[in-house]
Design a protein around this ligand. Sequence first.
Ligand code: ASP
Length: 437
Amino acid sequence: MKAVKFGGTSMSTADSILSVSQIIKQDAERRFIVVSAPGKTESENKVTDLLIDVSRAAPERRVQMFAHVKNRFEQIAGGIGIGKDSLGAVFCEIEKQLPTADAEYIISRGEYLCAQMLAKLLGYEFIDAADLVKFNGKAYDDGYTESVCKIALKGKRNAVIPGFYGSNGKGEIVTFTRGGSDISGAIVARAIGASMYENFTDVDGFMTCDPRIVPHASVIDVLTYKELRELAYMGANVLHPESIFPVRKANIPINILNTFNPTASGTKIVPTEEFLSGKHKRKTNLPITAIAGRQHFFSLHLDKSMMNSEIGFVRRVLSCFERYDIPIEHIPSGIDSMTVVFSAVDNDTVNALIESVRNEVKPDHISLTTDVALIAIVGHGMKSRPGTAARAINRLSNAGINLRMIDQGASEINIILGVSDADFERALRALNGEFEF
Ligand code: ASP
């Protein structure tokens, strides 16, 4: 049995929804379907973005603004043959709530309507995500969700479930962060004990590198959860970074597939231990699986003689970051020096941070670099092969790119390289050339 999630582009037009319905019918295992709201088309904005505008409007203007969303759904419903007016009762229910509704209720109605529509087309049961996905206040409650979901879905033949939201103990609708339908799909996959979580999107799979920067990047056939986590964190955003946790816990593989090219085998994301034990084979046997990167980091560099013997030095530096609520990305360090890499923050915050670090640890020297890009080269293959870091460094040096930082985690699955924002794209291309994707 499979849980299948379709993203916004797959649900964006009548034609694409008819393809979705075909895909579902082709495999009797595709019994639990999770959907996003209709996405962007050439002439239309994402429904979620339109609903965000509705939620920000004055209460008396909301019904009028919602008319555009309603019209889009009516067109799609007409186009897929369930009748333009088939969602009439659902529209009435939403319109009644709009003037007094919370923003998250309004923003989640794209998924709600989309799931209602697909359920009618397929003849599947509609199950509201509010009854399955549980929040404690605004925080997602995984344990409670797992038990509620398991009970609610037990014995069901099939269902269409809206992604992106759930509800809390007060009965309020709460949404995940943007792209959160991926998490909903993973929650449903775990609850039904799926053999596979299929995630249909508009690309052929996870790429070895960002194809906008490296046009000949290729699709990765097999990726482990661990590699995916590193790559997703570094900006490779095919999947919501948190979406793997529910399925990883249950050892359920994910298959990223393309609604617009459904015969392509896509990327399979498999449990790390299974991969390492040889259960899943990759087509290629390269040291690196993929490369991803992000720009616009800051790095704060500190020097102080005898820093290594000053007990509590690192803790006191980090406490300043905590004080200003700044998450830390990496901390490469030397004997008398330490660098803290973090996402760019505004001028006032960074000045206050530097002042507080100065007072806290009295460094001999402190300096800030503001245009840092981080690149992660990721792959289990590097563990057994010496020289991966050396190859990366040499390649960058041969391309005339200055390396500002290098950091390798103890698990030897990724090497993080820091370069300037200006060198980012060139560095990605050079590294991609080195590792022969
Ligand atoms: N529709 C929501 C968004 O645009 C959630 C999702 O698509 O996963 O972010």
